[in-house]
Ligand binder design. Structure first.
Ligand code: ADP
Ligand code: MG
Length: 337
């Protein structure tokens, strides 16, 4: 049973990036306005995510690391109008199975904080009082230690895995408004390096400036659209006239009602439309930048299709794609004449 759980846990916590993503989502779900992600050795030795959110009350200390425990859903019907990132109650239980997990937390009305360490089955190993402000800190040590192959793989490909992690953090930093997110990394006994930081600004464009700089932001044009299909979108794409280096063009971020998500078909449509309608037409290495939040009624899609919640099943995907292409054409077409 323990082995089965460990294997299944490896499917929820696919990689370093998913581990950090899940912890960040929990901090955001807790209503934090400040989230600090501290990494050691790019996260392979230590991931620590500290928030100033609501904290965890002591009757939940044990439950939160149990399989399928979530405080975010009380009935299956809630899945339909879910506004939190989490809903499966699998992340913390899975992290316990693949790493050493220590939580420290304090709610508004508790006199002190508590530090709780968990064993690999998610059972409480020990608790002790600590001094801390309201909020929660989750520390994950030595990710994948119980899975030797994955443990070695992460360390062998650390640079690539770290890049993936930063890309995912950037996506959350772009779409999250009103929350300061800081990520630092320490290698060896060296100084802490700031990898990413946002200032808790209130709109996507300001976040793009903070994360990628004003030059990137200046090369973008607003894309806003609604369609009869109940789709609306808001965001930014490359200006038609701008010629991009490969790097800038790799910045394609799609969100579904504010949730970062992989949308390969939308990404493909974006690139194809760009080539048709812009002066950069025939250069095959041109990939337009895009930061697009697609807003859809919640009964029009399902994100509960993969354990990492990075994929969505869209009802009537084809008509949504067409609406997306039309919005792109409205932005890019005038540049051609
Ligand atoms: P889910 O997010 O799907 O509910 P998780 O395994 O990620 O499942 O978390 C389990 C539960 O632990 C959450 O439902 C929440 O009640 C609690 N929790 C986890 N992280 C935090 C946090 N940073 N602040 C407050 N509560 C948290
Ligand atoms: Mg969660």
């Amino acid at each position: 049973e323990a082995t089965v759980h460990r294997i299944a846990s490896g499917q929820v916590i696919l990689d370093l990036a998913t581990a950090v993503k899940e912890l960040l989502e929990n901090a955001l779900d807790a209503g934090a306005t400040n989230v600090e992600i501290k990494l050691k050795e790019c996260g392979s030795e230590l991931i620590e995510v500290a928030d100033n959110g609501c904290g965890i009350s002591n009757e939940n200390y044990q439950a939160l690391t149990l399989k399928h425990h979530t405080s975010k859903l009380t009935s299956l019907a809630d899945l339909q109008d879910l506004s939190s990132f989490g809903f499966r109650g699998e992340a913390l239980s899975s992290l316990c199975a693949v790493a050493e997990v220590v939580v420290s937390t304090r709610t508004e009305d508790s006199a002190t904080g508590t530090r709780i360490s968990y064993d690999k089955n998610g059972n409480i190993q020990s608790t002790s009082p600590i001094a801390r402000a309201k909020g929660t800190t989750v520390a994950v040590k030595q990710l994948f230690k119980p899975l030797p192959v994955r443990f070695k793989e992460l360390r062998r490909h650390l640079k690539r895995e770290f890049a993936k992690l930063l890309t995912i953090l950037q996506a959350y930093a772009i779409v999250t408004t009103g929350v300061r997110i800081i990520c630092t990394n320490q290698v060896g006994t060296g100084p802490r390096t700031r990898m990413l930081s946002t200032q808790g600004l209130t709109n996507m464009r300001d976040n793009i400036v903070t994360v990628f700089g004003s030059r990137t932001a200046e090369a973008l044009v607003a894309l806003d659209g609604t369609s009869a299909e109940g789709l609306s979108m808001h965001g930014y794409v490359s200006k038609a006239s701008t010629s991009f280096g490969r790097q800038a063009g790799e910045r394609q971020y799609f969100f579904l009602n504010g949730r970062p998500i992989d949308m390969p078909k939308f990404s493909k449509a974006l690139v194809e439309t760009y080539r048709m309608y812009t002066s950069c037409g025939n250069a095959t290495n041109i990939r337009p930048a895009a930061f697009i939040d697609i807003r859809l009624p919640k009964d029009r899609y399902d994100i509960n299709v993969t354990p990492d919640k990075r994929k969505a099943l869209l009802h009537q995907e084809q008509s949504l794609l067409e609406a997306f292409q039309k919005a792109l054409m409205r932005v890019w077409e005038p540049a051609r004449v």
